[in-house]
Design a protein around this ligand. Structure first.
Ligand SMILES: NC(=O)c1ccc[n+]([C@@H]2O[C@H](COP(=O)([O-])OP(=O)(O)OC[C@H]3O[C@@H](n4cnc5c(N)ncnc54)[C@H](OP(=O)(O)O)[C@@H]3O)[C@@H](O)[C@H]2O)c1
Length: 247
């Protein structure tokens, strides 16, 4: 498939490497241009494209930039896109890092806000796993304890395409509800960055409490930030699990 990734930071570059390794044709866009991705380009052969052109040839457009920055994307970004293009929202709302989004502060579902900015329906996927875990936890289908990734969206057909991509990258896709239920996969949820397997995810997905998401998100972040610099991604994962699965 032709996959366009917007954002070449920690998460975007990880996805780019995995997508190219899986044989997809990947184009990328970022804010600062070619200088920041010379190594990534040399390693993967991906092509940097101006953001306004990134969606033209794409079957899938992956949003891997800070959520607030989605509002800065060119307004005509999807004007020449294929009618059936799938927009994947990997973004999460962390106001402490990037500033507040008033609509989300008032309770708008994060991916609904992203849909409003882009003018496109989105599939929410890949937002619930740390970049390091994407690399280190991938397992072949049928492996015990294979980590599950939830998928939300209004199009069953598009969710199925993304489910196959999730499986291809080494994770169990768990296709859940429409985008208006995607708050269940937001930061602070027990299915957000807790690396559950499919069975556990199906149980926890029924138990998400929307009212405690923000509190849990901020508590997990505070606990994670208090870790020493030598902490590994697994230490950060434990902070998130402790808050989200025990509160
Ligand atoms: N890191 C993770 O483990 C992880 C896991 C799950 C989900 N996510 C989500 O993935 C997103 C990216 O996270 P990250 O950790 O990769 O952040 P990051 O390292 O700060 O990278 C952000 C990327 O977005 C690009 N960008 C910012 N504004 C842009 C714009 N207006 N147009 C085009 N590109 C723009 C930046 O471009 P420049 O490099 O040119 O500045 C940079 O490449 C966030 O929403 C995050 O919540 C991250």
């Amino acid at each position: 498939m032709n996959i366009a990734v917007i954002g070449t930071g920690n998460f975007g570059s990880t996805l780019i490497k995995l997508f190219t390794k899986a044989g997809h044709r990947v184009t990328v866009a970022n804010r600062s241009g070619a200088d920041s991705i010379q190594k990534l380009v040399a390693e993967t052969g991906v092509k940097l494209v101006p953001t306004e052109d990134i969606a033209h040839e794409a079957d899938i457009v992956v949003l891997a930039l800070p959520q607030k920055s989605v509002a800065e994307l060119p307004k005509q970004i999807f004007a020449k896109a294929k009618a059936e293009v799938i927009v994947v929202d990997c973004t999460n709302y962390f106001s402490a890092l990037y500033g507040k989004i008033p609509e989300i502060e008032k309770g708008m579902i994060e991916s609904v806000w992203v849909e409003k900015q882009t003018g496109r329906g989105v599939v929410k996927a890949f937002n619930t796993i740390l970049a390091d875990s994407l690399v280190e936890s991938a397992r072949p289908e049928g492996s015990s304890n294979r980590i599950a990734l939830p998928i939300f969206g209004d199009s069953s057909k598009k969710k199925e395409v993304i489910a196959r991509l999730v499986d291809e990258l080494g994770f169990d896709p768990v296709v859940l509800g429409p985008i208006n239920e995607s708050w269940k996969a937001q930061p602070g949820s027990p299915i957000y960055c807790t690396d559950l397997d499919r069975e556990q995810m199906l149980i926890w997905a029924t138990k998400v409490n929307r009212k405690t998401l923000t509190l849990n998100r901020d508590a997990a972040m505070a606990s994670s930030m208090a870790l020493p610099q030598t902490a590994t991604w697994k230490d950060h994962l434990q902070c998130v699990r402790k808050v989200a699965l025990e509160n």
